[in-house]
Design a protein. Sequence first.
Length: 577
Amino acid sequence: MHSLLLALLTAAAPTSASASAAPGRWATAVSSLVKVRPGDTLPPRTRVSLHAARGECEGFQLATTAPARQVRPGPLSLQGPAGKRLQGALYREAFLTVASPSGPDGATGAWPDPLIPEVDAYAHEPRNAFPAEASARTPVVVYAELCVPLSATPGEYSGALTLSAKDRSDARFEVSLRVDPFALPATSSLPNSFGLSLYSVSRGHHLAPASPQAHALLGRYATALLAHRVTPYGLSFDPPPTATHDGRLALDFSAYDRAFGPFFDGTALPDGARFTSAGLIPNPKLKTEKDQVAYERAWRDHFSQKGWPAALFYYAKDEPAERDFPRVLAEGQRLHQAGGVSVLVTSAYEPTLTPATDVYCPVLNCFFPEGGAATCKRPLSSADLRQRIPSWAHVWWYQSCLSHGCNGAQPARPLTPHEARAFHGWASYMVDASGPKNRAMGPLAFLNGIDGELYFDTVSAFNTQDPWKSVWAFGGNGDGTFFYPGDPARIGGKTPIPIESLRLKTLRDGLEDYEYLALAKKLGLSALAQASVRALVPSGNQIAEDPAAWARVRDELARQIAASWARKYPAAPSVHR
């Protein structure tokens, strides 16, 4: 099986945006894993060849390679079996100026990240994405996305996407999409929890947190995350109101249920996607341990009565120091008394904290002893960690500034040679990290048997700066920020919306990779799944950078899954749950 993957990596197979183009063309097709920057030399391509499962989204890019005025893409519509059609969504990639690099792998200059939609997915309003001006210094880059419904008919879909410009003849790109017979689950098989705060969203959009507009906007941000297989935690941060009746504590979940119930019961999106986890919101007004235990039991009971399968957890103190251990142990003991709420601790393995911990969540670096020893005081592989913790416990991980260096000052000071070695090569969500590094966490989680992923925030920069100018934090560009505030004054339309980032799309693609691997394992293709990951991300700081290699390995994996699926489900395809 390994020899098969090596052959795939070296074969001259078509990539996700392939084929030669006639000389003199003014635009080209580009893989979604390439971050197109001003001044890049891009090979000429006029044909895009993609594949996707039912329930999966795939993207590609078109980039100008010469000046052009009033560039505008035509509609993206593919025709498939029996006249079925797939409609695509189009975005213009905006550029962010990076003043300080994110560690040794980053670079200054203009980087693509905000995706301004032609028509947004929330209020369905036209936005000011196109027409756009392409100069000799700054290209126009179109991100095109095709999302395949679970109900789609498998087979070959084809069509064209045309770029027009006032001073150029039309550039036409042939687009084909193979829809495979197997399906991905709407809800992520890898539980995750990424921070999202009403107060940050409100500040970024200059709204009062208590206003109906702010709460509606928070719902749009939560919808955006769920559509990308991500579950938010925090949200309003408002604990359910409490009252005492006949000496018993009662909670009023009505406001919580109205706001977030659809995300837990699968009615927020047409495909039935659900949140995979839920962070218990503490109530600091409760003074006695008895009331706190009753409060936590009420959360457990409410989720059980609602039939919500999301994992309910309590996020203990973040990265606790030794002086915090007594508090974490006491909280863990209390939560265990309540029952049904897992205690999550973000720490390298600490034997002292084992009695308090249900979900062990070290930073990414701690799972790779060879590469992470310089940045983690007690690195253990996931297999070694599991030997030290109870069999029922879960193992999550999180990414932090240790992927690039926690060099918070700006301009950043130069890294020492030791720091440059320690912070080189890691999977990273930074703007100036490569597409493969942005995508790696999903495949890495499968390879290392990780049960879930935590990330501290998705709108952090909204609190401190204008994200359209900078998302610098903790030594990196984009640490804790996956969105940009989409206010009508900037993007057009009437309704404020979240502006998704190129990194959010790539994060989603990595979670879809995880679904492919999990499905392959379920179908008896474990050896192929393991070999596929090792060919691309053998370690947390060893990431294959060639987009064509990712495309070839993924295409072979899809073909093998499709063949096994056809043998297992010969009558009709069904959704993998």
